[in-house]
Design a protein around this ligand. Structure first.
Ligand code: AMP
Length: 177
């Protein structure tokens, strides 16, 4: 059983990898955090903390690193888990949302029975950068009639102003840069 963790500076467990996966990107590598039990536990605690005690909640997480945290948060909150995936991965009827990348577009999909009208959803991902990914995920949840209680994100790259794309929806963040 996980115990409450002492204060931990999560930045000590996040590694900067320059020019990955392409030149100009400073990639936030969370694998040191994942392999350290106290750091991983503290991260899940921070992602879940604002929603402890909330009932009838679903946690939706974005493929793929969002899944690692989303499943742990859902279990901690006693909430159901909903995967939001890259195109072509989900086997049932899906809704799709496309969003702009620096070059070209990408898309996310959700099962059409994943959430329903009136349900309250927390959307989890590892990094909030320009906000396009989180915005597309939120659009899918809302298209199915559910409400987004908040986004809960491990790392916010504040200087990229991704929050501005999220239309004032609350954003809970474990660590800011
Ligand atoms: P964005 O749509 O620009 O907010 O990008 C967020 C998505 O891209 C997240 O799902 C992240 O996994 C990934 N991502 C963006 N920037 C980074 C970064 N610097 N390091 C690691 N992952 C990133």
């Amino acid at each position: 059983m996980a115990q409450p963790t002492p204060h931990i500076d999560l930045r000590d467990y996040i590694r900067d990898i320059p020019d990955f996966p392409k030149p100009g990107i400073m990639f936030k590598d969370i694998t040191p955090l994942l392999k350290h039990p106290d750091a991983f536990n503290a991260t899940v605690e921070r992602l879940a903390a604002p929603f402890e005690g909330e009932r009838a909640l679903k946690v939706a997480a974005i493929e793929s690193r969002g899944f690692i945290f989303g499943a742990a948060v859902a279990q901690r909150l006693g909430a159901g888990f909903v995967p939001i995936r890259k195109p072509g991965k989900l086997p049932w009827k899906t809704h799709r949302s496309e969003y702009a990348l620096e070059y070209g577009t990408d898309a996310l999909e959700i099962h059409d029975d994943a959430v329903g009208p009136g349900e309250r959803v927390v959307v989890i991902d590892d990094v909030l950068a320009t906000g396009g990914t989180a915005c597309a995920a939120g659009e899918l949840v809302r298209r199915l009639g559910a409400d987004i209680l908040a986004y809960s994100i491990v790392i916010e790259l504040t200087f990229l102003n991704g929050r501005e794309k999220l239309g004032g929806t609350p954003v809970n963040v474990a660590v800011h840069y």
